[in-house]
Design a protein around this ligand. Sequence first.
Ligand SMILES: NC(=O)C1=CN([C@@H]2O[C@H](COP(=O)(O)OP(=O)(O)OC[C@H]3O[C@@H](n4cnc5c(N)ncnc54)[C@H](OP(=O)(O)O)[C@@H]3O)[C@@H](O)[C@H]2O)C=CC1
Ligand SMILES: O=C(CO)COP(=O)(O)O
Length: 331
Amino acid sequence: MPRVAMIGGGSWATAIIKMLSDNITAKEIYWWMRNAEAIAHLQKYKHNPNYLSSVEIRIPETHISNDISEIISNADYVILNVPAAFLKETLKDITPEQLKGKKIISAIKGIVPDENLIIGEFINQKYNVPLEDIVVISGPCHAEEVALEKLSYLTIASVNVDLASTFAGLLNTRYIKTNVSDDIFGTEYAAVLKNIYAVASGICHGVGYGDNFQAVLISNAIREINRFVDIVHPISRDIKESAYLGDLLVTAYSQFSRNRTFGNMIGKGYTVKSAQLEMAMVAEGYYAVNCMHHINKKYKVDMPISRAVYAILYEKHSPHIEMRLLTEQLS
Ligand SMILES: NC(=O)C1=CN([C@@H]2O[C@H](COP(=O)(O)OP(=O)(O)OC[C@H]3O[C@@H](n4cnc5c(N)ncnc54)[C@H](OP(=O)(O)O)[C@@H]3O)[C@@H](O)[C@H]2O)C=CC1
Ligand SMILES: O=C(CO)COP(=O)(O)O
């Protein structure tokens, strides 16, 4: 029987626990989260008190813990699902030996700060996990719609497509369909970048641009994603596929998007700190744009939207002025 460990206690972790539980393949599920109070609540009431609290959790009490070593030791598949900014801290007591022989699944859409590595690269380089044992889960899919059992498609990517297919088999349900891809690098980078463009989309909405301009912004954004992934990992791919264009669209337009909500507040004049406090969830795009700024010093890809978001969030440029300057560069 496959044994799956979830590392992270937020919305996406809760949604994937639901998929794993609703999927018909028999499996053991283990769950790590840092918050002891949330664990006690979960064990008693069978709901995550802080995220997607309508979802009923049907895993044994003893399988939920804040002892990460114990949870990882139980599993064949380890799903990493904390925001990228906190991954290093979360794994600080875990050694490469503890991950040896395990399949590592990243559900994170972000870059490890300071290292400036996507999650697959980080796990491969810092924990010596072979690339063949690494899988990423991508969207387009919002946790909130999983909770409502709305039909959603996931892309499961790995250089090892057999492993990706096997893992996809643990997620499929009546409301979850999976595509398998061998483009792990393109899928990860596209998922990181779309968060930045959703922040841009929110900023534009916040400063007063309408749907006409949003459409131009997003059609430029997908070209920006295409330019970047083509340079970093030049293989033949169709950027219109769900994992790339679809993920960008859902994040840029959905009412559930945390990145767009965050950007909207910035456009309306909130500071970064006040927007983050107001959200109570994590917008990966804020961290990602800083990492991408550094990563792109190497690749020098023309990325005017990403540059504008960086200038607004990290150089404190006015959203109004920066977006007006950006409009001169789009077509
Ligand atoms: N939500 C979604 O629909 C989707 C999310 N993802 C990705 O999933 C990953 C996790 O995001 P998501 O579940 O949405 O997160 P949420 O915004 O729902 O929750 C935030 C999570 O971050 C943790 N956290 C906050 N601050 C810290 C900190 N200082 N140190 C350690 N942990 C902290 C929280 O823990 P605590 O509760 O203990 O504070 C909580 O588990 C991200 O990479 C995201 O891009 C991917 C696809 C869909
Ligand atoms: O990645 C996601 C959907 O695919 C979630 O990110 P947002 O909440 O910012 O849209």
